[in-house]
Design a protein around this ligand. Structure first.
Ligand code: FES
Ligand code: FE2
Length: 402
């Protein structure tokens, strides 16, 4: 049974955090901390809502749902991507209930008020003539499209994308993510607080023991001095392939003022591995403008909660969707070149194998982590050098809670 925390209790917890150690138990359990997380992290940050290929035509829409909020992301008459709160301006009913669909107008199923694709109220039967219809349009939600990836923020004053766009675009553009399609998507419900998922994603200290499949091809579980020669050799191959090996790190306290977090880093796979496959062999046609396999993978962050991993022939997008203090969904989207044909150019089972087995293993270790953290015997433990990104996540998180 967790105790009730006040705002000043949470401030005390933040102030008492010991640098370089895991967080206090309440951060992973307490409903009041989760409420603060919702306001300060989830309703403020940018979230991956989908890919432009999901809504190619005017009137196509998809829903983005998080913590009781629902956003309709649609393609308007001019072909632009727009987002609106999925809340009717009459009595507040949800307008759309299907995850994706196609509409000419958004018509509320309750009393049939209807809205144009620009959100304007176009029809409201018997509405008093004195009502100002122009003030009853759907509430717009902040939306940004970056390299074909659609992000939304539930904040009234979201962080601006200018710095991220300016600095990341040259490094991400060669992957042609705007010219991909979703080959597969899977949801992994995890019985744990969302922070344990993010902490786990940010370190590979656990990879040797937990992920034999991953550790066979990826060098991220080795110490920096052992990885350095592999990455030095990668740089020349990447340059030839037309890919960047720049190291951009604007996470947490390193993010420009008023910007979401972002990062780019490319690292080497072990020799013999061209991509994240079981045998090192290609999984799909090369992405974008890539000239050849360089044997690398790029870690890219757009916001604190949207990591992606981009190989030469496919990309993996993650999203962490919290559903309560002790539950979170980890969703993964696999992207391949838009022209790739399943069965001919790629096999979905081969494509998804590595990150499916890896995520299933992560789910097990994260759930066991939550169980231990919930124990009366738990106390914050020391992080090691290989957990420096987890530590940085703590810094960024705690800064938000101050
Ligand atoms: S609640 Fe939507 S039309 Fe009445
Ligand atoms: Fe893992």
């Amino acid at each position: 049974m967790t105790r009730l925390l006040t705002a000043s209790d949470i401030a005390t917890l933040v102030a008492r955090h010991q640098d370089g150690r895991t967080l206090a138990q309440d951060f992973y359990m307490a409903p009041q901390v989760f409420t603060a997380d919702r306001e300060r992290i989830f309703f403020r940050d940018w979230h991956l809502a989908g890919h432009v290929s999901e809504i190619p035509d005017t009137g196509d829409y998809l829903l983005f749902d998080m913590l009781g909020e629902s956003v309709v992301v649609l393609r308007d008459d001019a072909g632009a991507v727009r987002a609106f709160a999925n809340v009717c301006r009459h009595r507040g009913a949800r307008l759309c209930s299907q995850q994706t669909g196609h509409v000419r107008r958004l018509t509320c199923p309750y009393h049939a008020w209807s809205y144009g694709l620009d959100g304007a109220l176009v029809h409201a039967r018997q509405l008093d003539a004195g009502e100002d219809r122009s003030a009853l349009g759907l509430k717009p939600v902040a939306v940004e499209v970056f390299e074909g990836l659609i992000y939304v923020s539930l904040s009234d004053r979201p962080a601006g994308f200018d710095a991220l766009r300016a600095e990341l675009t040259p490094h991400v553009r060669p992957f042609g993510l705007a010219r991909t399609k979703i080959a597969a998507r899977r949801s992994y419900p995890v019985q744990a607080n969302w922070k344990l998922l993010v902490e786990n994603y940010n370190e590979c200290y656990h990879c040797t023991a937990a992920h034999p499949e991953f550790a066979r091809s990826h060098a991220t579980h080795m110490t920096a001095d052992r990885v350095a020669p592999l990455n030095a050799a990668l740089a020349a191959r990447s340059a030839q392939a037309g890919l960047s090996t720049a190291h951009i790190d604007r996470i947490g306290l390193a993010a420009p003022a008023g910007s979401p977090d972002y990062a780019y880093n490319r690292y080497a796979l072990f020799d013999g591995y061209q991509t994240g496959s079981a045998d090192g062999e290609p999984l799909a046609p090369l992405l974008g403008d890539i000239q050849a396999y360089d044997g690398g993978a790029s870690d890219i962050y757009v916001g604190m909660l949207n990591p992606m991993l981009v190989y030469c022939d496919h990309a993996i997008l993650y999203r962490f969707i919290p559903t309560g203090p002790l539950t979170c969904i980890q969703e993964i989207l696999w992207l391949v070149h838009e022209d790739a044909v399943e069965g001919r150019d790629y096999d979905t089972d081969r494509l998804t194998w590595l990150w499916h087995v890896t995520t299933e293993a992560d789910k097990r270790i994260i759930e066991a982590n939550q169980q231990g953290v919930a124990s009366r015997f738990y106390e914050p433990g020391p992080l090691v050098e290989m957990e420096s990104y987890t530590r940085r996540f703590h810094d960024a998180y705690l800064a938000r809670m101050r």
